[in-house]
Design a protein around this ligand. Structure first.
Ligand code: GLU
Length: 424
């Protein structure tokens, strides 16, 4: 099968089916009753909006966007907004469900939600992006708000885009409402440490896993697929901790060096050229090769469904830390478990982002802002605790870390849903 055939087959496997299948397996494991299981299998609310946008040439173009709220039993909806050409409603539903489990796992008082707009932000001007963001915000304003549902950044959405969301929502209501969105710039109510939070949280749980496996951090090798907000900061923070970053890639290609890549130089190269590809400090590798690169820790930090049953047997890492959402397909999960590779699942490994989003929301509501050291300290406590709880479940039940994490998270959501009961 060629690489193209393979990616065609992969893309046919629906992420929403994948998310539901993960829930089904764990429901059996924890003996969740059938009614609750059926309830949690579906999103609570799905909004599809048409978004007319005035383009630079004066014409307007129609875009389609979504906001999905999966479960609100534990608190308002929480989850990012993705701008990407491949966004689908099923993908947004899966991502919303994953947010429900993620927030429950780190035990923050939010339900799960997610948004997406089908667009190619790389091919749009800043003005077009602003117009798109403002109109999309207006269209979903009927279901978002600090007590209802709080968006945040995700793939290809930035602090500037969060600022436009905050401003648009505030203009509609006639006063500033910073708590409607997180991941904002610090000058308008953002939190210190939010930019690096996903990566920082990821590095904390990798440290825990290394300790658990009795491995030395100094010199341990790391390969990272994706060099956006999660991947780039993961490279920086892990290099600072003593890990050796040996391979990285982004959508345009990658670079590898067994002696360790110069992460500062690489970051500068990415800022200059828009990609890590072509960086002089290593050899060229492609996106797929990075996943199979010889390393101790593999960090998929881009999109879904990249670890498949085809490449799972060839992965050489001991630990996989899912900075991306949904990078591992269920069949691949089974193979990795049999091969004794520890997968730190997305709902654990990338939960640092939403955790500091929670801190940002709390700070906005109190209009009282914390020091970065305090934020990082609180983040560490939440991440280490979630790791421990996950590991304990995985060990005592003899299941994977993903299933362990789901056991903790799904039980929490099920309990809240059950306690609140059915209305009317
Ligand atoms: N988009 C991030 C995630 O998938 C962050 C969500 C948030 O901060 O609300 O977890």
């Amino acid at each position: 099968m060629t690489a193209q055939d393979l990616s065609a087959v992969q893309s046919q496997i629906n992420v929403w089916d994948m998310a539901q299948r993960q829930l089904d397996e764990v429901s059996k494991l924890i003996g969740l009753n059938e009614s609750l299981h059926g309830y949690l299998r579906q999103p609570k609310r799905v909004l599809e909006v048409s978004v007319p946008v005035r383009m630079d040439d004066g014409a307007f173009r129609m875009f389609t966007g979504y906001r999905v709220q999966h479960n609100l039993s534990r608190g308002p909806g929480k989850g990012g907004i993705r701008f990407h050409p491949d966004v689908t409603l099923d993908e947004v539903k899966a991502l919303a469900m994953w947010m429900t489990w993620k927030c429950a796992l780190v035990n923050i008082p939010f339900g799960g939600a997610k948004g997406g707009v089908i667009c190619d932000p790389k091919a749009m001007s800043m003005q077009e992006l602003e117009n798109l963001t403002r109109r999309f915000t207006t269209e979903i304003s009927i279901i978002i708000g600090p007590e209802k549902d709080i968006p945040a950044p995700d793939v290809y959405t930035t602090p500037q885009i969060m600022a436009w969301i905050m401003d648009t929502f505030s203009m509609i209501h006639g006063f500033s409402i910073p708590g409607v969105v997180t991941g904002k710039p610090v000058s308008i109510g953002g939190s210190l440490g939010r930019d690096k939070a996903t990566a920082r949280g990821c590095s904390y749980v990798v440290d825990e896993a290394m300790q658990e496996l009795g491995r030395e951090i100094e010199g341990a090798t790391v390969a990272i697929q994706g060099f956006g907000n999660a991947g780039m900061y993961a490279a920086q923070l892990m290099a600072d901790r003593g890990y050796r970053i040996v391979a990285v890639s982004d959508s345009r290609g990658g670079v590898a060096n067994d002696r360790g890549l110069d992460v500062k130089g690489l970051t500068a190269h990415k800022a200059e050229t828009g990609s890590v590809a072509g960086f002089a400090g290593g050899e060229r590798v492609d996106n797929r090769e990075v996943l199979e690169y010889a390393c101790d820790v593999l960090v998929p930090a881009a999109l879904e469904k990249v670890i498949t049953k085809e490449n799972a047997p060839r992965i050489r890492a001991q630990i996989i830390a899912e900075a991306a959402n949904g990078p591992t397909m269920p069949d691949a999960d089974d193979i990795l478990f049999d091969r004794n590779i520890m997968v730190l699942p997305d709902i654990l490994a990338n939960a640092g982002g939403v955790t500091v989003s929670y801190f940002e929301w709390v700070q906005d509501l109190q209009a009282n802002f914390w020091e970065e050291a305090e934020i990082n300290e609180r983040l560490k406590r939440k991440m280490v605790r979630a790791f421990r709880e996950t590991h304990e479940q995985a060990k005592s039940r003899g299941v994977s870390m993903r299933q362990g994490a789901y056991c903790v998270a799904v039980a929490r959501v099920a309990e809240a849903t059950k306690l609140r009961g059915l209305y009317p």
